[in-house]
Design a binder for this molecule. Structure first.
Ligand code: PMT
Length: 222
């Protein structure tokens, strides 16, 4: 059923992986498909919001009525997110941003050293996109993150909620078969400073509807 809880609100959502180039033909990335973030964008739109979806490289159709900005690496995603967040009420970071990138990008394809069995790629830290948005002192939207965890899921998610100064975090156990990266399903717990609520495992499309209801209520209800 239509849920007009976000009428008049502007929402920005990041989705998918980032790719961090090593050379012209190689990159570091992860298994994020973008399904969770795209489902949230569709649900937010159905709830009446004006939605901008900042997408890493994924092969998904843009949800109807959603403005999509395609990016490749984490710094492009950061720049697009910072720009879009200036005008938004709610920011949701569902993207699996690479935490590190190669320190240098080789101009030519890197050659294998025939006399050596190993090689070392130096990495540097990427900017934390959602923490940057949450740290704003002005034009700060209600800021929601995900926490993709394989162990001590709630404890680690609570740590990220506090460290990144988020308003709410969605803890995502990505160690199970029934959810996480690239699955159509997911299992999550919503956590904020007042407590937590575990949602039953469901399709990402169904979970997205419920998550948008919960987030809208926490962010905008008086
Ligand atoms: O895309 P799917 O295949 O549908 O899979 C969905 C998902 C598992 C990717 C998604 O539900 C999810 O959990 N997304 C967050 C993945 C992640 O990178 O989590 P994290 O615990 O490393 O990061 C914590 C939060 O900080 C996230 O909101 C992330 O978007 C954000 N972050 C992280 C690093 C960084 N440099 N910038 C960020 O904004």
């Amino acid at each position: 059923a239509a849920n007009p809880s976000l009428t008049g609100k502007t929402v920005v959502i990041t989705a998918g992986p980032t790719r961090e180039a090593l050379d012209p033909v190689r990159f570091l990335s992860n298994h994020s498909s973008g399904k969770m973030g795209f489902a949230l964008a569709a649900a937010a739109r159905r709830a009446g919001a004006e939605v901008t979806l900042i997408a890493g490289p994924v092969s998904l159709a843009t949800p109807p009525g959603v403005k999509r900005i395609d990016v490749v690496d984490s710094r492009e995603m950061r720049d697009a997110a910072e720009r879009a967040a200036d005008l938004c009420d709610l920011f949701i970071a569902a993207a699996a941003v690479a935490d590190f990138r190669p320190a240098t990008v080789a101009e030519q394809k890197i050659k294998k050293q025939d006399d050596s069995e190993e090689d070392v790629v130096a990495l540097v830290k990427n900017p934390d996109i959602v923490a940057g948005i949450a740290a704003r002192s002005s034009r700060r939207p209600f800021t929601v993150g995900f926490a993709a965890e394989t162990e001590k899921v709630l404890e680690h998610a609570r740590g990220k909620l506090v460290r990144k100064k988020l308003d709410l975090i969605i803890a995502n156990d990505v160690s199970t078969e029934d959810g996480g990266f690239d699955s159509d399903r997911n299992a999550v717990t919503v956590i904020d400073s007042t407590g937590s609520e575990t949602l039953p495992p469901a399709l990402k499309t169904e979970l997205a509807e419920r998550l948008i209801e919960i987030i809208a209520a926490r962010a905008f209800a008086q």
